[in-house]
Design a protein around this ligand. Sequence first.
Ligand code: S3P
Length: 166
Amino acid sequence: MSRPLVVLVGPMGVGKSTVGQLLAERLGTGYRDTDEDIVRVRGRSIAEIFVDEGEPAFRVLEKTAVHTALAEHDGVLALGGGAILDADTRGLLAGQRVVYLSMDVEEAVRRTGLNAARPLLAVNPRKQWRELMEARRHLYEEVATVVVATDGRTPEEVTQAALDAV
Ligand code: S3P
């Protein structure tokens, strides 16, 4: 059996890294995460890059990270929640098996609302989540070949649903 490259997209906190690692185990392949690649290459945290260099600079780094990872990696690849904002990055995903892990706004607030370490959600989590989802949902749907809803599901259940779907 050839090893599929599965790309995971979806909002922050949806469980891309947990599900991605479980999925990689089940497929007998490796797991990679573009946020981790950026931190390693840059030698600074995502929050530090956002604060000191700004979001546009982060998006440029992210585009390069996605491009490099797609060229180098043949396992499961998780992208940062905002990677799909960039049209070139969305173009890179054409022809890939892309699983969109979705969740509704209330689930997002429950899972991440009190986590001030996430730079995009520091002020009013519910309002910011609503705006974020409205701005991004159609972009996740545009790149996805499969959508897996995570609301009320454990990471194991989500992993199984993703395996059944790809
Ligand atoms: C972001 C999501 C984060 C990280 C950065 C920006 C976003 O990744 O790339 O904080 O714009 O949604 P995770 O989705 O892995 O948390």
